[in-house]
Design a protein around this ligand. Structure first.
Ligand SMILES: Nc1ncnc2c1ncn2[C@@H]1O[C@H](COP(=O)(O)OP(=O)(O)OP(=O)(O)O)[C@@H](O)[C@H]1O
Length: 246
C-alpha cells in the first residue's frame, strides 16, 4: 500500500521554480532517505507533500481533510520550534490531538508513554520543554510525532543536532518502525548514515529527482559529483559503509 504518492509536483516560490514535476511514492515498510545539496528543495517537497504550501500536481496527503491527514502522516519540520513553556509530557501528548480523546484516553496514554520511552524522555517528563537542550528538544519533538501513531512519518533532518549515540538510536528506531510496517521519509545530510540505515535513497538536486533507488545505486561517484560537486571515499565495514566526502 502506498502511504505517500506525489505526481508531477511543482512548486514556485518567489517567482522561482523550486520543484519541477517530482514524482515519489513511499510504501509501507520503507525508510526513504531524502538527500541533496542545501537549497535543493527537500524541505519544500515535504511541505508541499503535506499540503502546507501551494503547489501544482498531486499529493495524496494534501488532498485529505486536516484530521484524516494528521492520522495518515506525522510531520516533523526542520525548525524545532516549541511555542509554549509546556512540560515534555504535555508536548508529546499534543501528538494525540487528531485522535478521539485528545490525550486523555487509555490509548492516548499508551501512545504517549511508548513515544517517551522510545526517545528516552522519562527523566525529562516534568521538565519545561523550552528549558531542554537543543538535542533534547529535538527528541521531544520526535516523540510528539511518534505519539501521533500515523502510518507515515515525514521528518525534516530529524538527526541534525543530535549527538552520535542519539543519531544512531534515532535511526535504529526509524528502522524498527519501518520493520513494523510504517513508512518514513527522512531528509538527512550525512551520506554514511543515509547509506547505512535507509532502505532507499532519493537524491534531489535543483528541484528534480536525480536518482532514486538503493543506497548503492544512488551513491555512485558520478551521481554524487553531479549533485554535490564532490567525490567521496567509501570504506565498507562490517557495520556498513563509511562515506567520506573529499
Ligand atoms: N519560505 C520561502 N520563501 C521563498 N523561498 C524559499 C522559502 N523557503 C525556501 N525557499 C527557497 O527554496 C529553495 C529550496 O529550499 P529548501 O529549504 O526546500 O531546500 P533544502 O533542500 O531543504 O535545503 P537545506 O538542505 O539547506 O535544508 C531555496 O532556493 C530556498 O531559498
Amino acid at each position: 500500500m502506498m502511504l505517500l504518492e506525489l505526481r508531477e509536483l511543482s512548486v514556485i516560490r518567489r517567482n522561482r521554480e523550486v520543484l519541477r514535476d517530482v514524482g515519489l511514492s513511499i510504501a509501507a515498510g520503507e525508510l526513504v532517505g531524502l538527500i541533496g545539496p542545501n537549497g535543493a528543495g527537500k524541505s519544500t517537497l515535504m511541505e508541499a507533500a503535506i499540503g502546507l504550501i501551494p503547489f501544482s500536481g498531486v499529493s495524496n496527503l494534501a488532498a485529505m481533510d486536516a484530521t484524516a491527514r494528521a492520522r495518515a502522516a506525522a510531520y516533523l519540520p526542520q525548525s524545532r520550534e516549541i511555542a509554549w513553556p509546556v512540560s515534555v509530557e504535555d508536548l508529546v501528548a499534543l501528538g494525540r490531538i487528531p485522535w478521539p480523546g485528545s490525550g486523555r484516553s487509555s490509548e492516548d496514554r499508551k501512545a504517549i508513554e511508548a513515544a517517551m520511552t522510545r526517545m528516552g524522555l522519562e527523566p525529562f517528563r516534568h521538565r519545561t520543554a523550552l528549558r531542554l537542550s537543543g538535542g533534547e528538544q529535538a527528541r521531544a519533538l520526535i516523540a510528539r510525532a511518534l505519539a501521533q501513531e500515523a502510518p507515515l512519518l515525514i521528518a525534516d533532518e530529524p538527526v541534525a543536532g543530535l549527538d552520535p549515540a542519539q543519531q544512531l538510536a534515532c535511526l535504529r528506531l526509524f528502522q524498527g518502525l519501518a520493520g513494523e510496517g510504517r513508512g518514513l521519509l527522512v531528509s538527512i545530510h550525512d551520506l554514511g548514515l543515509a547509506a547505512r540505515f535507509c532502505s532507499r535513497l532519493v537524491l534531489l538536486a535543483k528541484g528534480r529527482i536525480l536518482a532514486d533507488g538503493s543506497p548503492d545505486h544512488v551513491l555512485r561517484d558520478e551521481v554524487i559529483r553531479e549533485a554535490f560537486g564532490i567525490t567521496t571515499r567509501r570504506i565498507d565495514t562490517p557495520d556498513g559503509p563509511a562515506i567520506l566526502p573529499i
